[in-house]
Structure formats: C-alpha cells, structure tokens
Design a binder for this molecule. Structure first.
Ligand code: AOF
Ligand code: ZN
Length: 335
C-alpha cells in the first residue's frame, strides 16, 4: 500500500492548527480500513488531545458501522506517537488498547521524552510499524519544534522596520512610524506564529507597544518577554495590561537564550531597538532577519540600525526573499 497520499492529507489537515497547537508541533492522524478513510484527527490546541486520540475517538463512533474491529484498521500519523504523560496521556497506550495492528509514521519525534521510544513501545506490543513517510515535509511544517530539539534553544527571528536610509527612529526618541499600515498588519501575523515576543526596556518606554498579536483568527497568544536590567516601569502601560509577560533582568543574551532550552518555547521574535537587535546579531543568536523597509528617509536626525555598509551581509546573512508590501519592501535574510 502506498501511504504517501494519505500522509500528505494528514500533513495538510494538521497545518490548519499551526497557530493554536504551538508551541507543540502540529500533528495529523488518519485511520483507514484498506483504502477507506474511517476517521481523521489533529492536535488542534495546545494542552488538548493529541491527533491520534481524536482520530481513535472518532473511529469508535463508527465501530460496528464501517468496521467491526480495530484490528482491521491502520493508523497513519505524521509524527511518532508519544509514549509519555505530558499534558495528556501516552498515545502509544491508546493505540495499543484500541487493538490497531498497523501504524504508519511520518517523522520521528525529536523530543527526547519521546524520540524512538514511541515506536519501540508499539513494536514491543506486536504492532507493525512503518516510518519515514514524507518525513522531510513533517519536519519542515514543524521547523521551530525540530530546531529547538536539535539545537536546544528556540529559533530566533529578529524583525526591524527601517527607513530607506537604514534608520530606526529619530534622535529625539519619539515613536516614529516608518512602515505602512499593511506592513504592520503583516507583523501581527508574524507575531501570531511565534511562542515568544522579546523586547527591551527602551522600546516599551518609547513606543508604548501592546506587543501582542492582533489577528482575526484563533491563536495561542505569544508570551511577552521584556529584557531589561531595570524593573521600575509604568505598569499601567499597555504592555503590562495582561499578565502574559515576564521581565528578565539577566544581562547575558547567551544565558537568556539557553535558558529556554528547558522550556517548551520553540520560537522567539525579537522586536526591539538597534542596541538589543545588534546584541542578538553580534552574539550570533539571530536565525532569520526580517527588514520592513519604507521608501522614505529619516535623514541625519535618524538613528542607524547598523554600523557601516553591508552590515547584514558581513554578519553572514543571505537575502532569501524580497517582495513589496504596498509601498514597503519586506526583505528576509537567513544564514
Ligand atoms: C503525539 N501526537 O498530536 C502531538 C504530539 O504536553 P503534551 O501531552 O501535549 O505533549 C506534548 C509533546 O508530545 C510534544 O512536545 C511532542 O513531543 C508530542 N506531540 N505527540 O503523539 C500529537 N502533538
Ligand atoms: Zn501523543
């Protein structure tokens, strides 16, 4: 049996939940009897049922109608079933007790709590397991999750808004709008896609931002992290309006970044002023740099984002893509 088509279907189904499942991976599951699809499930929301559980529960509703025993069925899932108790119980146990005899897996789960152990448990219980079907696609759709488990730190994106002459804001420190409304809306989606938005004290004081993701679809809101050695902020400011923030006073960026290794955070968006952005860049903790560039200049009263010409290229970044958002240009650099 060729399972690729079904795996692709499970991958697409899983992808619908990329804003609500995070920081967990998106996972899809399909249960079939021969070529007939009996049920489908996905990991829809962080902290809620895993994909396999949803698919098994919905197959149970068809028991005695479209099939008579789970032994007749094959379970196809995009990620190796978990074998641990996290916020939910082990999927392996649910598969084993359902009576399913055949399991087809996309990618191995890189989470050290799971990796390989899920498959081992299934096999030990006499279940036939095939794995590695469309594995690269599963890894690609869960890029942050795989990155985090490989490098033991979150994937870090830095985002800046720049004038055509490479400036961040005007010297007098007032909030300066550089990019157009459409670019700022694009940033909201970028925020929605990450687990953490990290900023600095100057940005919170000068720009007075909310720093949440304002989008018109359901998401698991990113956590806000304020990196600042000072702690006496005006706590009536919008940034502090909900409890979803943390102030970190640690000065070493390396220590801050590595401290996420033991959390479930897989991605960080750094939105800050030139000082903090350059610290992250110079310490080599930026994996992707996004520049929203406007067509207007700020002139000699503007503060430069970077020192010298071709600073971004000199740091080893390559332009991955560049396209217009109304009057602005969005440039994406990767290493
Ligand atoms: C699966 N099926 O649908 C997903 C899995 O805290 P928990 O209980 O939600 O467990 C989260 C971990 O489980 C996550 O880090 C990843 O290793 C795995 N995700 N596993 O069998 C699923 N979403
Ligand atoms: Zn699971």
């Amino acid at each position: 049996m060729n399972y690729e088509k079904l795996m692709l279907r499970a991958i697409s189904h899983a992808n619908q939940y990329k804003y609500t499942a995070k920081p967990n991976p998106v996972v899809g599951c399909i249960i079939v009897k021969g070529k007939e699809i009996i049920s489908e499930g996905a990991h829809e929301k962080f902290g809620c049922n895993h994909a396999e559980i949803n698919a098994i529960n919905s197959a149970k509703l068809n028991l005695g109608k479209s099939f008579n025993s789970f032994e007749e069925l094959t379970l196809i899932c995009t990620l190796e079933p978990c074998n641990h108790t996290g916020k939910t119980g082990p999927c392996t146990e649910a598969i084993i007790s359902s009576g399913i005899r055949n399991v087809v897996i996309g990618a191995l789960d890189p989470n050290p709590l799971v990796s390989g152990k899920g498959i081992k448990k299934l096999k030990k219980n006499g279940i036939n397991v095939i794995s590695g079907i469309c594995a690269e696609l599963v890894e690609e759709q869960n890029k942050f999750f795989f990155f985090k488990n490989t490098y033991k730190r979150p994937f870090i994106t830095a985002k800046i808004a720049s004038s055509l002459d490479g400036k961040s804001h005007l010297l007098d420190d007032q909030k300066t709008w550089i990019t157009c409304k459409e670019s700022r809306e694009d940033v909201q989606k970028l925020r929605a896609s990450v687990d953490v938005i990290l900023t600095g004290g100057n940005t919170v004081v000068n720009d007075n931002p909310l720093m949440n993701a304002r989008v018109n679809f359901p998401i698991n809101q990113p956590k806000k992290i304020l990196l600042s050695s000072k702690t006496n902020f005006n706590f009536d400011a919008p940034f502090f309006k909900n409890a979803n923030y943390e102030i970190i006073t640690e000065r070493s960026i390396k220590n801050v970044v590595n401290s996420f290794g033991s959390t479930d955070i897989t991605s960080i968006l750094v939105e800050a002023g030139p000082k903090l952005i350059n610290s992250f860049l110079n310490e080599d903790y930026v994996d992707k740099l996004i520049i929203y560039e406007s067509t207007s200049k700020l002139g000699p009263n503007g503060v430069d984002w970077f020192k010298g010409d071709n600073a971004v290229e000199k740091l080893g970044f390559k332009l991955e893509s560049s396209y217009k958002i109304k009057s602005d240009t969005k440039k994406i650099y990767i290493k």
